[in-house]
Design a protein around this ligand. Sequence first.
Ligand SMILES: Nc1ncnc2c1ncn2[C@@H]1O[C@H](COP(=O)(O)OP(=O)(O)OP(=O)(O)O)[C@@H](O)[C@H]1O
Ligand SMILES: [Mg+2]
Length: 237
Amino acid sequence: MAQELLKVEHLSAAYGGIHALYDISLKVDAGEIVAVLGANGAGKSTLLKCLSSEKKAAGGTITFDGKPLPPKPYQVVEEGMVIVPEGRQIFYKLSVKENLKIGCCLRKDTDGIRTDFERIYAMFPRLKERESQYGGLLSGGEQQMLAIARGLMARPKLLMLDEPSLGLAPIIVNQIMDILKEVNQDGTAILLIEQNARKALKLCDRAYLVNVGNIVAEGTGADLLADEKLMQAYLGQ
Ligand SMILES: Nc1ncnc2c1ncn2[C@@H]1O[C@H](COP(=O)(O)OP(=O)(O)OP(=O)(O)O)[C@@H](O)[C@H]1O
Ligand SMILES: [Mg+2]
């Protein structure tokens, strides 16, 4: 049986009195790519905020690698769960290299960090070319690459991405999806939050469809992709 990495059971979350997540149960096994799909306001980012301990859940449990999720975001990173946030959130006034250093600021294995810089620059040659340039001067696609690369510098067991395709041209989105496949083949599990359902379903092993804070469907990427009615009803695609 595959090793269970992330397990979420009956998770609920609210902002003041308003519920954003009701009863979310999902899992990610080691080696998997799992997608969470849903329209605007479905609760996707709220889910990731709970998974990174940025937001306290109102109920339910989150287990990562057999242990309860730690309460502080930096501890979650130390456990091996790293988020690539919505809107990239790179540091505009820092260089590409400095942005990458922030990704590994909790690590102390100097040799490992050096190897990872080489690995990341081999995966993202454009970032190597621009390593001393301000992050804010990169194109949208390059900024997304930098956000992913920064996440990888923490050497996560699970990389969680919030809408990496947002606002990018289809050709760049394809490049991002190819990179995620490569990252996964290197042994990192991926939780991919997306509105771009078709591309995410083609990439993932399994997916969950979230609608107004509830999971309304789950299955393999291929099964959900083939369900025209479901795609039309919840994703308008
Ligand atoms: N800080 C907040 N305070 C109050 N309500 C919030 C806050 N953040 C999100 N919400 C509400 O929670 C619900 C879920 O929002 P969330 O951002 O998780 O959705 P999403 O699926 O990520 O949407 P999008 O695709 O637009 O990014 C929405 O109804 C939203 O208005
Ligand atoms: Mg969101």
